[in-house]
Ligand binder design. Sequence first.
Ligand code: NAD
Length: 459
Amino acid sequence: MTVMSHNPADPRDLVLSVPALGAAGTAAAVGEARAAWPGWLAMGAAARSAALTRAAEAIEAHADELVALTVREVGKPLAEARGEVARTAAIWRYYAQAPYAPSGSVHEPAAGQGLLLTRRRPYGVAGLITPWNFPLAIPTWKAAPALAAGNTVVLKPAPEAPACALRLAELAGLPEGVLTVAPGGAEEGEALVQAADVVSFTGSTGVGRAVVEAATTRGVPVQAEMGGLNSALVLPDADLERTTAHLVSAIAGYAGQKCTATSRVIAVGQVYEPLRDALAKALAAEPAADPTEAGTVCGPVISAAARDRLAAAIDSARAAGATVLAGGATPARDGWFVEPTLLADVPADHPLRTEEFFGPVAVLLSAADQDEATALANDTRHTLAASVHTRDLDAALACADRLDAGMIRVNAPSSGVDFHLPFGGTGAASHGPREQGQAALDFFTASRTVTLLPAGQPR
Ligand code: NAD
């Protein structure tokens, strides 16, 4: 099989064609990573830290090239691609400090002399399976902590974005076998889950469940971050102008193709009408456009299939009585574009209210009060992030307590992540320990308890 990535803004532009590794090739890559593991671990903290720092420096030195590649391979608008590349370098730098951090703790024995130690140790080969939407940052926020903790890595990137992953690994410049990219699709992903010592997955819910089941059956640690249905709660006292700008960014930014994008806007009380009008106008002012332009917010979606799925969902909502307040069209262009879309009166059981569509489409809902708004937001089987827009700190804290979401952002778009804090969703959006920050270092290591007694201790 050949993996081919195309430019979503101009599908005639073939970005990369590369042979898939196949199941046997992926298993062999894991074997090579396992052979490289003792050497990587034996290098020690200082050398591992220096290697991760050099990776950050190489990414910074090639930032313009990586930005252009990200725009071209996954259609990410220029400003967001710049942000992703800068964040990618920052994550390598952040985890470059981790090899020096404490790797355990010291305790008194319950009785007698001696010491009890805990010590965190790497597993061996980390198998990483990643989606296309953050083609540099997600591979990095898995690989950098895994490597810092002393594992070696085999990365299976999404077939839509192999060029970004291969260039990232090349620039990282780590010793042979320490960070290997395995281009491919489901076959290579499954082979990786069957061979790795620890598995970290990000992608859609269905695939994530299968990965969790396979890894659990093998008895290897696994984490999975999957799709989410994220709500924004707009309270009556919200700053309408700022809130509207945040919502445009969370709905239309990168064509809504972020796991933290807002797909449901819940307006509380009398803010419904002014918000409806302001948001519809603001979304209409950000039409889907060329991602290479500096001011573009909404670029193309990843594929013709994604565009067609979104168009069909909008049409079926319309047929079910929904009102199109903004967008609703798929422009007839060469690239795969969907206009930023806002819908009202979408029936409660319509898939646009119950499933993740991963596009620049949101439904507007109304709630009589904060209780109804949080109940509406929580009425889903999977949430990653939520946002609350209000000037009232008490209300914000109450919502933060009651919203069933992994990340709650007050007066900010739902779509934003700080990589030094735990990241993950609730319900079907997430399985296993959190990603990012210290949580990632914990995930990629196992704790061992060591009892040290004086050799001459009497019985
Ligand atoms: P996807 O599930 O189609 O693919 C993800 C990865 O899994 C790819 O590398 C793919 O090749 C691989 N894969 C496919 N079948 C496999 C199998 N049977 N076994 C092992 N691996 C397999 O997802 P996608 O379209 O690349 O990405 C979009 C999805 O990712 C959305 O649902 C989005 O919400 C989710 N996502 C979640 C987060 C998060 O942190 N929660 C972040 C980004 C994206």
